[in-house]
Design a protein around this ligand. Structure first.
Ligand code: OAD
Length: 459
C-alpha cells in the first residue's frame, strides 16, 4: 500500500474474490477402501513443494492447551470467567478489557504456562516440522500464540503468527519492546510492568539501575462493568507500584486481541504466497475468526484443500453476511476427521511408504462414511471425500460436542483504522483490505500488483 494511485471504482454487491473462478482442483480421492483413500491423499501431499498450512488451537490440544470453542473442553465454555472478574470468557482476549484490568489475562497465562517455554510440541507440530524438513512447506499461518510450531523445529521464516505470539512483548505506555526471555521472567508477576527508565521527557533509557524509592502511579478507575463474584478479582485494578523514574506501563505480549487489527505484513506475505501455493492444509481450527478464515477462499481455486480436524468446518467464499447459497461455501477436496495427531501420524506413515497398519496404533479405527453415519454434519462435503479417524465428531447436528457459533467479526478501515460499522468497501484482490464509507471516496492507494477492485459488504 505504499504507492499512491487512483482507486478503482469498480463496485458491485456481488460474489467476493474475483480469484474464485470455476477452476476446481483436479484432485479427487481414489480407491474403494479406507487404506487406498488415505494413500491417495498421502500421494497428493507427497507431490507438493509449496504447501500452505492454516492451523488453530486444535493442534495444541494434546499438549494440554484447550481450544476455544469446542463445547466439551473448549476454553470459552469452561473458563470460570466470573472468578477472574470478567463479564464473559471472550473478554480474556479483548483489548478494552485488558487495558482496564490486565490481571485476568496474566493470571490465565501463568496458569497455562504459556510464557514459560515449557510446553512440548504435539505429533501434529512435529508433522509440520517434518514437512519443512522434506522441503514441502511454503508457510504456516498459525492462529496460535503458543509458538509450538517453532519449538517443533519449523524454520522461523516459514511461520506467520497471524494472531501474534509470546515471543515478545510491548509496553502499552512507552512502547518499549521486550524479548521472550524477559517476558518469561516478567510473566511470573501478577501484572508485569515496564521497568525501562524514563531519561527525559517521555524518553526511555535502557539503563535499568535500581533505586529504592517507589512511585505509585495515579489511580485508574475502570468504567467497565465487572463480575460481582466475591471470590473474583472484582475490586478495582490499580497498576502495581514502580521504581521512581521507571515507565510503569502495563506489559502486553505481542498477541492480537479482539479489537486490534492484524499486522499488515500478514496480508502482504499471503499475497506473495498466493502465487506459489500448491496445496492448503487446514488443521485444528473452527474457521470462526476472520480475516484468517478467509484464507481458505483466498487461495486460487485449483489449489487442493485438505482439512484435518475433529469436525467438518466451513467458511463462505465471500465474507458477505447475506451469502447463504450452499455452493458458495468452500468445500475441501479431502476431509480427514479425527484427532489431528492420529491423522498426521497415519499420513506421515503413508507418505514415508511405511506400513501404516503396523505403525499407526489407532489405524484400525480408521473408516469411511457409511449410510449409518451419513448426516447433516457432512455439511455438503461429498461423503467420498471424508475419512474418519479416532476422535472424529459426527455429532455437529446433535449439539453435544459441536463448536460454538462464530464470533461477530470486527472490521477496521485500513486507512483511518476506525471500526467499520456500516458498509465495508472490501478489495476483491487483496487478502484483507477494507475501507469505510468515509475513506473510500478519498483514499488513493494500490495493492501489491495494481489497482484495488472493491465490492461492498455490510457488517
Ligand atoms: P477454535 O476453538 O475456534 O477451534 C478449534 C477447532 O479444532 C475446532 O473445530 C475443534 O473441533 C478442533 N479440534 C479440537 N481438538 C482437536 C484435536 N485434538 N484434533 C483435531 N481437531 C481438534 O480455535 P481456533 O480456530 O484456533 O483468537 O480459534 C481462532 C481464534 O479464536 C484464536 O486464534 C483466538 C480465538 O478467539 C484470538 O485470541 C485473537
Amino acid at each position: 500500500h505504499d504507492n499512491i494511485l487512483i482507486i478503482s471504482s469498480v463496485v458491485d454487491s456481488g460474489s467476493g474474490s474475483n480469484r474464485l473462478n470455476n477452476n476446481r482442483s483436479m484432485f479427487q480421492i481414489q480407491g474403494e477402501t479406507f487404506d487406498k483413500r488415505l494413500a491417495s491423499v498421502a500421494d497428493l501431499i507427497s507431490q507438493k513443494k509449496n504447501i500452505v498450512v492454516l492451523c488453530g488451537a486444535g493442534i495444541s490440544v494434546s499438549c494440554g492447551i484447550p481450544d476455544f470453542r469446542s463445547k466439551d473442553n473448549g476454553l470459552y465454555n469452561n473458563l470460570n470467567y466470573q472468578e477472574l472478574g470478567l463479564t464473559c470468557a471472550e473478554d480474556l482476549f479483548d483489548l478494552n478489557a485488558f487495558s482496564e484490568d490486565p490481571r485476568p489475562f496474566w493470571k490465565f497465562v501463568r496458569t497455562n504456562n504459556f510464557a514459560s517455554g515449557k510446553i512440548a510440541p504435539s505429533t501434529s507440530h512435529l508433522f509440520l516440522a517434518w514437512l519443512d524438513e522434506q522441503q514441502m512447506l511454503l508457510r504456516i499461518y498459525t492462529q496460535n500464540i503458543d509458538g509450538l510450531e517453532q519449538s517443533a523445529g519449523v524454520d522461523e521464516d516459514k511461520i506467520v503468527y497471524a494472531h501474534g505470539s509470546f515471543k515478545g512483548a510491548t509496553c502499552m505506555k512507552c512502547k518499549a519492546k521486550y524479548q521472550s526471555s524477559e517476558l518469561r521472567l516478567m510473566s511470573k508477576q501478577e501484572v508485569p510492568v515496564c521497568h525501562r527508565r524514563i531519561a527525559k521527557k517521555g524518553k526511555i533509557s535502557d539503563n535499568t539501575a535500581k533505586t529504592n524509592s517507589i512511585e505509585i502511579p495515579p489511580e485508574r478507575r475502570s468504567s467497565r462493568k465487572r463480575s460481582s463474584n466475591n471470590n473474583s478479582m472484582a475490586e478495582e485494578f490499580y497498576p502495581p507500584p514502580v521504581e521512581q523514574g521507571c515507565c510503569g506501563g502495563i506489559i502486553k505480549p505481542n498477541i492480537t486481541f479482539f479489537g486490534e487489527k492484524l499486522e499488515s505484513t500478514i496480508s502482504r506475505r499471503l499475497e506473495e504466497d498466493y502465487k506459489k501455493a500448491d496445496a492448503l492444509i487446514v488443521m485444528g481450527t473452527s474457521l470462526s475468526v476472520a480475516p484468517m478464515s478467509k484464507l481458505v477462499g483466498f487461495l486460487p481455486d485449483n489449489v487442493p484443500r485438505i482439512l484435518i480436524n475433529r469436525d467438518i468446518v466451513q467458511v463462505m467464499k465471500s465474507s458477505t453476511q447475506n451469502y447463504k447459497k450452499q455452493d458458495e461455501f468452500c468445500l475441501f477436496d479431502a476431509c480427514l476427521l479425527g484427532n489431528c495427531d492420529a491423522v498426521t501420524q497415519a499420513i506421515k506413515a503413508k507418505m514415508s511408504n511405511r506400513d501404516a497398519k503396523s505403525e499407526y496404533e489407532h489405524y484400525h479405527s480408521g473408516r469411511l462414511v457409511t449410510d449409518n453415519n451419513n448426516g447433516t454434519w457432512l455439511k455438503n462435503q461429498p461423503r467420498e471425500s471424508v475419512l474418519l479417524f479416532e476422535g472424529a465428531l459426527l455429532s455437529a447436528a446433535t449439539k453435544e460436542e459441536a463448536t460454538l457459533p462464530a464470533q461477530n467479526v470486527v472490521v477496521h478501515c485500513d486507512h483511518c483504522e476506525n471500526e467499520i460499522k456500516d458498509q465495508i468497501f472490501c478489495c476483491k484482490i487483496c487478502f484483507d483490505f477494507d475501507l469505510c464509507s468515509l475513506c473510500y471516496p478519498k483514499v488513493k492507494l494500490t495493492h501489491a500488483d495494481g489497482k484495488h477492485e472493491f465490492t461492498i459488504e455490510s457488517t
